[in-house]
Design a protein around this ligand. Sequence first.
Ligand SMILES: N[C@@H](CCC(=O)N[C@@H](CS)C(=O)NCC(=O)O)C(=O)O
Length: 201
Amino acid sequence: MMKLRSSPASPFVRKVRIAASLVGLADRIEIEDADTNSPTDSLRRQNPLGKIPALVLEDGETLYDSRVIVEYLDFLAGGGRLIPAPGPRRFQVLTGLALADGVTDAALLLVYEQRWRERAGHSAKWQDHQSGKISRGLASLEAAPPPDGPFDIAAIALACALGYLDLRFQGAWRADHPKLVAWLDAFAAAVPAFEATRFRG
Ligand SMILES: N[C@@H](CCC(=O)N[C@@H](CS)C(=O)NCC(=O)O)C(=O)O
């Protein structure tokens, strides 16, 4: 069995779990929680960055980050299912992935600001800077929403970004992004792993 170092609320872990399910490899992956804050957790030996997800292969080698893991799973499944083969479409999908992951990164930084810094150290300027990435990213996706399938790595990443905004920011994005709301509904209906990996903390 491969081992996925995880945490139940992580949007990047969710992306890998949904990808694994879509390519039919979920039953070859054991989910093992990691404590990213603990210096003694083996995670920091598996991934010096101390970040999840990290996928420990059967021979002990570890792959990270989520994009690399998804590419590996796609490769194991025969290739070209979640990430197109080299060609123009591949670069469009990878750019869509970068945008969705960038929204998630900015949302995580906002959460980490609350979690890691004392209140007196909170910076409105920094928070605005990160919020701007989220709002511009969502505005550009609302203007040209992705297709309602087939769902590739960019679509999975977007669903996880929106799911994370629902989880940590009370779904405030929904009011101004009706097309993305409809898109996420279609994704959830077509991809049962989305609901199955929802954090219920
Ligand atoms: N680019 C990475 C981002 C992973 C990431 O930010 N993971 C978060 C949890 S969702 C984490 O491990 N945070 C702990 C830390 O930054 O120390 C990926 O795609 O896997």
